[in-house]
Design a protein around this ligand. Structure first.
Ligand code: AMP
Length: 291
């Protein structure tokens, strides 16, 4: 039987353990999560295990990245089940701080990562990336890992964190892990649990639509046309579309009407009350040899 993983709940205990590993010349990877772990999270843990000797998984539902009308209260929490999954993977430490440990009552410092946080999810959730950047900066400073792993599922978040780490000289390497999907293409998400059976049937259309937009763009269809068609298809299927957009993969820069740099297509849409997000790469077809 796998041994139970230690759980620490204070910055002090976390630092003590990580300093001890570093003193023994062992590398440490951190995988930040909000719990309700699924295969998407677990894939990041597996990736972390290939890159570092020790893996810490943090579980913290961060209140500051939810607006008052959002689902902070309803967000799924099941630490016992999370611990079981992490035990099976052989994680070294769980860091599960309380809200009080993370935020003093008079907490008053906020990190804002300009430009890259604007647009896409930042347009309709203006509070979101400030909350994420601040909590991730705290987690990185609390833990002091060599590597931190984030999912491409939240691609804009990954780019915001890369930018913050570069701008603030935080000494950590940020790694992105690929999106894990259900067989029908729906990206795994803790929020998929909110979908009704009827919504669950429609949900994979978000991914299919983004894939079709990406291949249309790759074949030379003007970007605005492809995006408009995709949006109309989602509207017609009953999604409440927040945005459908194509951006440069490296820095989320706005594209001209033809793709010249590596690009990705992004979408966010509501099914009922559930907000789904997804993104896919635009794969330019290579010209056949001799043509
Ligand atoms: P969350 O618990 O939703 O904050 O997610 C924690 C980490 O898991 C983030 O870096 C997410 O991008 C990543 N993640 C969530 N869903 C997936 C997925 N389907 N595939 C890969 N990574 C994911």
């Amino acid at each position: 039987m796998a041994t139970k993983i230690p759980t620490v709940r204070t910055v002090r205990a976390l630092r003590k353990q990580v300093q001890d590993w570093h003193a023994r010349k062992q590398t440490v990877a951190l995988v930040p999560t909000m719990g309700a772990l699924h295969e998407g999270h677990l894939s990041l843990v597996r990736l972390a295990k290939t890159k570092a000797k020790r893996v810490v998984v943090s579980i913290f539902v961060n209140p500051t990245q939810f607006a008052p009308h959002e689902d902070f209260g309803a967000y799924p929490r099941d630490e016992a089940s999370d611990r079981k999954k992490l035990t099976e993977l052989g994680v070294d430490l769980i860091y599960a701080p309380s809200g009080k440990e993370m935020y003093a009552l008079d907490f008053s410092t906020h990190i804002m990562v300009g430009v890259i946080s604007e647009g896409l999810c930042g347009a309709s959730r203006p509070h979101f990336f400030g909350g994420v950047a601040t909590v991730v900066a705290k987690l990185l400073l609390q833990c002091g890992p060599d590597i931190a792993v984030f999912g491409e599922k939240d691609y804009q978040q990954l780019k915001v964190i890369e930018r913050m780490v570069r701008d603030l000289n935080i000494p950590v390497q940020i790694l992105g892990g690929p999106i894990v999907r259900e067989e029908d293409g729906l990206a795994l998400s803790s929020r998929n649990a909110y979908l009704s059976p009827e919504e669950r049937i429609i949900a994979p259309l978000l991914n299919r639509t983004l894939c079709d937009i990406a291949s249309d763009i790759a074949e030379g269809r003007p970007i605005t046309d492809a995006l408009q068609a995709g949006r109309a298809r989602l509207d017609a299927a009953g999604f409440g579309v927040d945005y459908v957009d194509a951006r440069a993969a490296k820095d989320l820069g706005v594209l001209q009407d033809e793709v010249t740099t590596p690009a990705r297509v992004f979408g966010a849409a509501y099914l009922g009350k559930t907000r789904l997000i997804d993104n896919v790469p635009v794969r330019k077809r290579r010209a056949a040899k001799g043509t």
